[in-house]
Design a protein around this ligand. Structure first.
Ligand SMILES: *Cc1c(COP(=O)(O)O)cnc(C)c1O
Length: 382
């Protein structure tokens, strides 16, 4: 190192170096630009236009369902699902505590009560036994979240839902293309919800999709997202609806992304394999693919032995230009929900020891090797 390089290095030590490896960045190297330009050239930039219908049809086909309706983000997708199923005040909805906040908040928005369940130790997904234990005569639905790209135990969950006559909403925001026993998630329950936020497996910037096999539900979803428009008269609004529409520009990007979804998924599976191979002798536990499951590794996630070690490791990686994310804080510990006073041992344990590693499709083997060598150095120095 030259003297000026050493000097620069010292200065840089005072603040984190710019992130060489962000935890996520979208790949926009397909037809995104071409399709967006078509929107601009044709002036179809708002929530009508050919890309919307095409994106919806192709998405429905990809998931293996009859109907898909686009929305402006994944959070409102969950809100619409609850509205379409008539969930309201006095109802209870079962939700995993170990998930992103947007899985639970819409339950409060419709004035229903979220009832949290714990996770399984091996897959980190919701525990079917705990679901059954939490069912009361007020329970109306289960929000099943396929977390980090791993599917939930759908055989067990669908059996419980059938037995107790409950609706199933699948939150597939992190699980586009994930499969359980060969069937794509989002096609098991009454309604499936997807997100196309910038860090999701495919993105529109912001965006979402709601899917179903039920024509009546599909119709309700479309009406609720579109100001409660009646079908029988123009500009007549007979239910309280919203403007939750996606734009043609978003759909143009979404369609271009959907054309590449299989490539993204196989790359993400490859990246996960690289991490697990490089780090296999270190005291790290990965969220591995279960039997008969097809994990899409939205974010490659691992656990360290102790929570305080997680935070020092994340800090060490940050100083070395590697961005990570902590796994989700259990929702029942958040200020809005803390009055529930519930205890969820597994979720609390996993959530504080876990982190997500850089997981975007443009990562190459050498990048993953470099990231892993920094992780290795941390454990050697410790
Ligand atoms: C991203 C995400 C959402 C919400 O999607 P947005 O498009 O950000 O509103 C919902 N649930 C889960 C599990 C998510 O990861």
């Amino acid at each position: 190192m030259t003297e000026s390089e050493i000097l620069m290095d010292k200065t840089n030590d005072l603040k984190p170096k710019s992130m060489k490896y962000p935890v996520y960045q979208p790949s926009l190297t397909g037809n995104e630009k071409k399709y967006v330009n078509e929107c601009l050239d044709s002036t179809w930039i708002s929530s009508k236009g050919k890309f919307l219908g095409e994106f919806e049809d192709k998405f429905a086909k990809f998931i293996g369902v009859d109907y898909a309706t686009s929305v402006c983000n994944g959070t409102v997708a969950v809100h619409l699902a609850l509205l379409a199923l008539g969930i309201c005040e006095g109802d209870e909805v079962i939700v995993p505590t170990f998930t992103y906040i947007a899985s639970a908040n819409p339950v409060l928005v419709v004035n229903a009560k979220p009832v949290f369940v714990d996770s399984l130790e091996d897959t980190w997904q919701m525990n079917p036994k705990d679901i059954e234990a939490k069912i009361t005569d007020k329970t109306k639905a289960i929000i099943v979240v396929h977390l980090y790209g791993h599917p939930c135990d759908m055989d067990e969950i669908m059996k419980i839902a059938k037995k107790h006559d409950l609706y199933v909403i699948e939150d597939c925001a992190e699980a586009i293309g994930t499969k359980y026993k060969g069937q794509t998630v989002g096609s098991f329950g009454d309604i499936g919800c997807f997100s196309f936020f910038g860090n999701k497996t495919i993105t529109c910037g912001e965006g979402g999709m709601v899917v179903t096999n039920d024509a009546t539900l599909a119709d309700r979803l479309r009406r609720y997202k579109n100001q409660g428009n009646a079908k029988y008269r123009e500009y007549w609004n007979d239910i309280l609806g919203f403007n939750y529409r996606m734009t043609n520009i978003q759909a143009a990007i979404g369609l271009a992304q959907l054309e590449q979804v299989e490539t993204f998924i196989s790359k993400k599976r490859q990246i996960a394999q690289w991490y697990m191979e490089e780090l296999k002798d270190l005291p790290l536990e990965f969220n591995k693919e279960g039997k008969d499951m097809f994990h899409t590794y939205w974010m490659v996630s691992c656990l360290v032995k102790k929570a305080n070690l997680r935070d020092t490791l994340r800090e060490y990686l940050k100083i070395n230009g590697i961005e990570t994310r902590p796994t989700f804080y259990p929702i029942h510990t958040m200020p809005v929900y803390v009055h529930e006073f519930s205890k969820h041992k597994v979720a609390e344990n996993i959530a504080l020891r876990g982190m997500n590693l850089p997981s975007y499709p443009a990562l190459e083997h050498d990048d993953v090797k470099e990231i892993c060598s920094v992780i290795r150095k941390f454990f050697e120095e410790k």
